[in-house]
Design a protein around this ligand. Structure first.
Ligand code: F0G
Length: 458
């Protein structure tokens, strides 16, 4: 008999979570203005809001906390971290920052000027926010296949080189860099192939445009290259990661994802000018360049996390769990962005709540329904997050409208996956009764989804 798959870790510490009644959840969600960001964590049973900063650190990472060097400058923690970045990403210069968006802020403060155009494969919302707030334009050049959730292709996060070339040709001299996001979070945690990374970088370099890799989930991307792309099966994750980064000019990283820390990020590059330029913005925004807004102990945990989460077993356990959840949804015929992404399942809300008009935000409505059903907090990655066009101020309804179920690393068991799938099935079974969505009562001018206040339409 073949032995079944099992996790490559065991549990040493647990954290209790509480169930609630539907009546309680009705009240709490109303108080939260139908925005799950406004709920208290203790009102949530299974929290799938994000996989960012919510992972469980290993015993080795916790040990590293004790070894943290809190010296203001030149801490040993920094050099341990710099060494890990050199070994795993291949970059000589690194600036720690307090998280991924801080890395974007520092690098973009140096590189982005008003009127610039920055192409990318679906910029993450903070990335786009940092571009648009500098009065520059982010242009999405993801392959069209990503828009069809039912299409099963191995590298749905890829860049369309045709679209990219058009942007580069039409904006010569006005593109400071291109952002290559691995995995492509916005379209469903979908990977980018090594071939596409190579072609994208060659094209950009032909036009004299550097490439910045948004590498929040680079290790998961490397796992997909190993398991899906010809020629990589026998390479280690670390070898694949090094090859990925060898093509690009710099990386920004939210270490809260694939380095499995609760807080942290960095910028890494081999470009000495960029390093010098970034230092000028790091010091006033983040702090001195060897700690960048982090405790020495956190820098240590980040170095350890980078090392252990670029091991195959760790990634296999993680992605296997996401794929297990996907297999349950397949059984219940619930449509999601296929194939399952690296860090999350993205349920296609437009195909579930077919009666809810787009103006009433189907994915936001589905997010509320899942919370009411079982206290499971997902996250809308759809029309609410897409925000308004900065010029016309119209809602952007041209993309996907998804409910993201992001799975924290090493936190929940497969029993939790079964609860999630069953709760979603219950909502799916009564989908035809859900005909009205939500309306906006108040919204912020930028990144509205965090704070938006909504009204439930009956
Ligand atoms: N880039 C990508 C691809 C991301 O997914 C995120 C964050 C960031 C940059 C910004 O990093 O949060 O450390 O400042 N994504 C989280 C998410 C918030 O839920 O997907 P950060």
């Amino acid at each position: 008999m073949n032995l079944p798959f099992a996790e490559s870790w065991k549990i040493k510490m647990v954290e209790p979570i509480k169930r609630s009644t539907r009546q309680e959840r009705e009240q709490w969600l109303k108080e939260a203005h139908y925005n799950v960001f406004q709920l208290r964590a203790e009102q949530v049973f299974i929290d799938l809001l994000t996989d960012s900063g919510t992972g469980a650190m290993s015993d080795r990472q916790w040990s590293e906390l004790m070894l943290g060097d809190e010296s203001y400058a030149g801490a040993t923690s920094f050099f341990k971290f710099k060494n890990a970045v050199k070994n795993i990403l291949g970059f000589d210069y690194v600036i720690p920052t307090h998280q991924g968006r801080a890395a974007e802020n520092v690098l973009f403060s140096y590189l982005v000027k008003e009127g610039n155009v920055i192409p990318g494969n679906a910029h993450f919302d903070t990335t786009k926010g940092h571009i648009e707030s500098r009065h520059a334009t982010a242009i999405d050049v993801t392959v069209d296949e990503a828009k069809d959730t039912q299409l099963e292709v191995p590298f749905k996060g890829n860049v369309s080189v045709e679209k990219l070339e058009r942007v580069l040709r039409e904006n010569q001299g006005n593109v400071p860099f291109m952002v290559l996001t691995v995995t492509n979070n916005t379209v469903g945690g979908q990977p980018v192939s090594m071939q596409n990374i190579k072609e994208t970088c060659e094209l950009c370099h032909k036009y004299g445009v550097p490439v910045v890799m948004d590498s929040a989930r680079f290790a998961e991307n490397a796992y997909f290259i190993k398991t899906r792309e010809a020629g990589y099966a026998s390479k280690s994750i670390k070898e694949i990661a090094l090859e990925m980064f060898s093509h690009v000019d710099a990386a920004t990283m939210s270490a809260k994802k694939d380095a499995i820390v609760n807080m942290g990020g960095f910028i890494a590059t081999n470009n000495a000018d960029w390093y010098e330029g970034c230092k000028l913005f790091c010091i006033p925004f983040e702090g001195y360049v060897t700690y960048g807004g982090l405790n020495g102990r956190d820098v240590n945990a980040m170095a350890q996390g980078l090392d252990e989460n670029t091991e195959f077993d760790m990634l296999e356990t993680r992605i296997h769990q996401v794929q297990y959840l996907a297999s349950l949804l397949d059984e219940y015929k619930i449509p999601y962005q296929r194939p399952a992404g690296g860090h999350a399942i993205f349920v296609d809300a437009k195909q579930v709540l077919t009666a809810v008009p787009k103006e009433e935000f189907p994915a936001q409505t589905l997010t509320c329904e899942l919370y009411l059903e079982a206290g499971i907090r997902g996250c809308e990655i759809g029309y609410m997050l897409a925000d308004r066009d900065p010029v016309t101020r119209e809602n952007r309804f041209d993309g996907l409208d998804l409910l993201r179920l992001a799975i924290p690393r090493r936190v929940y068991t497969d029993n939790h996956m079964r609860v999630i799938a069953a709760a979603l099935k219950n909502v799916y079974d009564r989908r035809n009764e859900i005909t009205r969505g939500v309306a906006i009562e108040w919204e912020a001018p930028l990144m509205r989804h965090f704070t938006v206040k909504l009204r439930r339409l009956q």
